[in-house]
Design a protein around this ligand. Structure first.
Ligand code: SF4
Ligand code: SF4
Length: 441
């Protein structure tokens, strides 16, 4: 694609990077076919190619964002299916990240939208605030129907509907410390405790630590870890996202200095995509560029790490039919497609892949709150495809997808690590007591 940026514009490294990305796009439109919003809405401006044109026009003309571009960029899920499809290697992720930061700097959103976004940014990344907010959600739940009728309050209704009725207690494994491996030491890793996942389902990291330590891996929960920054990054709040990234880089570099790390284990693929991008996000910060690149190179999804660990034979051979839902951040963001399915199959599960597996379930960070209508359409389409597999359980590797799919599916939806842990001798995952796992025990 031809571009017309001035030399003065290109002196801004963010603009220069976006220009490089734009020049790679050859307008072929292959990406439109796999874009969930184009498939759902049928509007070229809600396709990757349409958004790329809008972003180019805004950046080239040095314009502040306007209502039209905000509408179409807000509808983008950042699912990155377009990057998987694109034959020209267009890095849509970095382009849309730049566009979102530009929108945040130059566009004044309507008051309620601003308040909703500000509230999400100051609550979700902090487990204690998020836990308190979920408790308060119980008071608001009777008013969901009313809020749904008022367009400006639909995000509030979406939040209340997604909030679980029961909140598990905080897990001691989220506190800083070291969990020794059993038997011969096979490695030393740090684990990201994260934010929303540690509140909604702390058993995911408890299970991960239990399985890794049984396999002989020492697991460190470093002092000072926090939210990976993805939630605010996707809202264009760059300063907050970079502050989170720096805080985590500091925590993990300290852990490396104190005993070395073979990997930084991540159990939510949405976080994994962002942490693997820390090297890019902090490339212009001389104090952090090198350290951030080192951290990104150590970041591994738990399934990536287990896939090279040479696992023993599983204790149980369940034969349970599992529908594997590959989160967008797993398959498109990190290109991890093989390992989770192979691990499940090796552990004795019969793995089935739903049709249209490349399409997002509509969760996408805060998307199911900020764009509840498109999100619900994508969720229902996803659940229909999952249920058509005839599976007894759904496995996936991202808390956002678990919450989203479970809000409409009749099947239990669990993190992949819980099924693996059970097959290798751990306890039965909660919520699957009616599934075939029971018969297999
Ligand atoms: S990130 Fe997803 S929703 Fe956004 S343009 Fe690409 S395919 Fe479409
Ligand atoms: S597939 Fe790639 S090159 Fe083709 S229009 Fe989409 S982003 Fe541009």
């Amino acid at each position: 694609m031809q571009t017309n940026f001035s030399l003065a514009q290109l002196a801004d490294p963010h603009v220069a990077e976006s220009e490089r990305i734009l020049r790679k796009c050859v307008h072929c439109g292959f990406c439109t076919a796999t874009c969930p919003t184009y498939v759902t809405l049928g509007n070229e401006l809600d396709s990757p190619r349409g958004r790329i044109y809008l972003i180019k026009d805004m950046l080239e003309n040095g314009r502040p964002a306007d209502k039209e571009i905000v509408t179409h960029i807000d509808r983008c899920l950042s699912c990155l299916a377009c990057m998987t499809t694109c034959p020209s290697g267009v890095n849509y992720m970095h382009l849309v990240d730049h566009a979102r930061a530009h929108i945040q700097e130059t566009y004044r959103r309507p008051l309620l939208d601003r308040l909703t976004r500000a509230m999400l940014a100051v609550v979700l990344p902090y487990p204690s605030r998020f836990r308190a907010a979920l408790r308060l959600a119980g008071l608001g739940r009777p008013f969901v129907g009313l809020f749904e009728k008022l367009p400006a309050l639909k995000p509030v209704a979406a939040m209340l509907k997604l909030a679980p009725a029961w909140i598990p207690p905080a897990s001691p494994t989220a506190s800083p410390g070291t969990h020794a491996g059993q038997g011969a030491k096979r490695g030393r890793v740090a684990i990201l405790t994260g934010c929303a996942q540690s509140v909604l389902d702390p058993a995911i990291n408890e299970t991960t630590i239990s399985l890794l330590t049984r396999l002989g891996v020492e697991v460190v929960v470093p002092e000072g870890e926090g939210c990976c920054g993805a939630l605010v990054h996707h809202m264009g709040r760059e300063a907050a996202a970079l502050a989170s990234a720096r805080q985590n880089v500091d925590a993990w570099i300290r852990a490396i200095d104190q005993g070395g790390l073979d990997a930084i284990i991540i159990t939510a693929s949405g976080c994994g995509t962002t942490i693997k991008d820390y090297g890019f996000m902090l490339r212009l910060d001389p104090a952090y560029a090198e350290k951030a690149a080192r951290v990104s190179s150590l970041a591994k999804d738990i399934t990536e790490y287990l896939a090279v660990l040479d696992l023993p034979e599983p204790v149980r051979k369940p034969g349970t039919i599992v529908a594997y839902h590959s989160a967008c951040s797993m398959q498109h963001g990190q290109k991890i497609t093989r390992q989770p399915k192979e691990l499940l199959a090796k552990a004795g599960f019969v793995v089935r892949e739903p049709r249209e597996g490349h399409l997002c379930c509509g969760s996408a960070g805060t998307y199911n709150i900020l764009q509840p209508e498109i999100s619900a359409k994508l969720r229902d389409r996803k659940v229909k495809n999952i249920e058509a597999t005839g599976a007894e359980i759904v496995a996936t590797g991202n808390i956002g997808c678990i919450t989203q799919i479970a809000s409409a599916a009749k099947l239990p939806v669990v993190h992949t690590i819980k099924l693996l842990d059970w097959a290798y001798g751990g306890p039965k995952p909660e919520g699957v007591s009616d599934a075939k796992l029971v018969a297999a025990e």
